[in-house]
Design a protein around this ligand. Structure first.
Ligand SMILES: [Mg+2]
Length: 255
């Protein structure tokens, strides 16, 4: 039924009720006052993805598992490398910063992502760390490595992002935000490896990548889901964090 025909039926039904009520006017008690319609809609229940991320033991166990395995692989992967010549590269959002509070606000407010609300959230510097993340950065430093964060947060949000890391005791030596519209992270991965990422930062041997999006890993895309060989480094030098809330996977239209 379309909206217009729906309204016709509602009018007809209202007329019948009115006639009926008039016929019994002297015996029918006054109707209870109808509460005024609220100006704001009731909060939406949280969708399963946000609930799972924020409320499940499983999410937290998976995050700790990823960071633990990544830390345990470091001695082997860095054998023979001099201190300060090697690095790990991490993504930021939903890899080491938990933005599920922002996702919760969108859900209860029936709102969609916008650059403005995202920038306001980043400016709060209130994202907690993903479980296991800060400790991992400390372990890298204890072993003589550098922590590089390659994120597609915009350059103008990079200062607040660094503040958020510090608040969470995440030790980052270098934070590379998105330069202009260059969302592909591969050029930044290469700059870290060839020593052109930032003044004073030498070429670094990158031993591990950690991310929540397949595109956080060198030359990988959603096409890797059909290519077991492309996924062979996961658990060895690539480590993925769970994120069912959003990601490049959303553009997949087929299995
Ligand atoms: Mg991310």
């Amino acid at each position: 039924m379309n909206t217009r025909s729906h309204n016709v039926w509602r009018l007809a039904l209202g007329g019948l009720l009115l006639v009926s009520a008039c016929g019994r006017a002297s015996t029918v008690p006054a109707p209870a006052p109808v509460p005024a319609a609220s100006a704001t809609p009731a909060p939406a229940p949280l969708p399963n993805d946000v609930r799972w991320f924020r409320q499940s033991a499983e999410y937290r166990a998976l995050a700790r598992q990823a960071y633990r395995v990544a830390a345990e692989r470091l001695p082997e992967l860095t054998r023979g490398l001099a201190p300060h010549t090697w690095a790990v590269i991490l993504d930021a959002d939903e890899t080491i910063l938990d933005n599920s509070e922002y996702e919760r606000r969108l859900a209860v407010g029936h709102a969609a992502y916008s650059d403005a609300t995202w920038a306001a959230w980043v400016d709060e510097r209130a994202a907690p760390a993903v479980p296991g993340g800060p400790e991992f950065t400390h372990q890298v430093h204890a072993l003589g490595g550098r922590v590089v964060i390659v994120t597609n947060r915009a350059e103008n949000l990079c200062g607040a992002t660094r503040d958020n890391f510090a608040k969470d005791r995440i030790e980052a030596d270098l934070v590379l935000c998105q330069p202009g519209k260059e969302s592909d992270k591969n050029p930044r991965f290469q700059r870290v490896q060839n020593g052109t990422a930032a003044p004073g930062v030498p070429a670094l041997t990158v031993v591990e990548w950690l991310g929540d999006n397949i595109q956080d890993f060198p030359n990988l895309t959603q096409a890797a889901r059909h290519d077991p060989a492309a996924l062979a480094d996961f658990g060895r030098r690539y480590f993925i964090l769970p994120n069912p809330m959003y990601g490049s996977w959303q553009a997949n239209t087929a299995p």
